[in-house]
Design a protein around this ligand. Sequence first.
Ligand code: BEZ
Ligand code: FE
Length: 296
Amino acid sequence: MIDEHESGYFTEANSAEVVVARNRNAKDERLKEVMEVITRKLHEAVKEIEPTQEEWFGAIMFLTQTGQICNEWRQEYILLSDVLGVSMLVDAINNRKPSGASESTVLGPFHVADAPELPMGSNICLDQKGEPMFVHGRILDTEGNPIAGAKIDVWQANDEGFYDVQQKGIQPDFNLRGVFRTGADGRYWFHGVKPKYYPIPDDGPVGKLLGALGRHPNRPAHLHYIVEAEGFDALTTHIFDPDDPYIDSDAVFGVKRSLLAEFRKVEDAEAAAKVEVAAPFYDVEFDFVLSRKGGN
Ligand code: BEZ
Ligand code: FE
């Protein structure tokens, strides 16, 4: 006897309905809802694509290899989600901001939780490699008031496009990372080096997929930030160099117009001396605006 929720035998025409009905007794309502949507959309895609058995097996092997390359440091499924634009979509859905607040973008895999807290104005470049850059700005609320005591966690790739964690033994630990705290004026400033574009890890199945799709694996030069302050929503974002050759084709779709900063080349020795650096250097000014917790 077929139970009502078992909904009869499977046919090509009613495939999704039969599977959805079979899940009707799921113990978790959210799981049931998610599986219903995924089943409907997946069956619709398979019906439209009409894969051969070989193609379907190819897809299964792709997912198998994606899992097999994962380890403590390598998360190929996140990369897959990134290059499909799903990471940015989930980020957008979960970070709808009131007007005037800074926009978020993906965290990426290279954040280190225990980077050192440094005195404001420190140089985060520990190996003196690259073109000097002075980064500064303010942390503000949506009314334009400075936020005191904001924590700014920054990290960046070096002038060759590598993070310290990708070059252990070559770059010093915690190179190009730092945590700073604003004073009463909400200002922050630190020294770094002009970042360069870099490829996301592309020696695995996701890199192969990008190649097959005629896509490059590069991300335009950027600086990562997590800005946190009591009473405000945490902001995970980047600022980007608008002159980067990959600014319009980020492999992970992370670029937003509002996150383009100006990397202004300063040749003047006097201006350089004022910020305790030798000319020429790049001056990057960028303010971040945080939304109040529970605001809209
Ligand atoms: C990053 O910017 O660090 C990054 C983001 C997504 C994938 C790979 C790297
Ligand atoms: Fe990055």
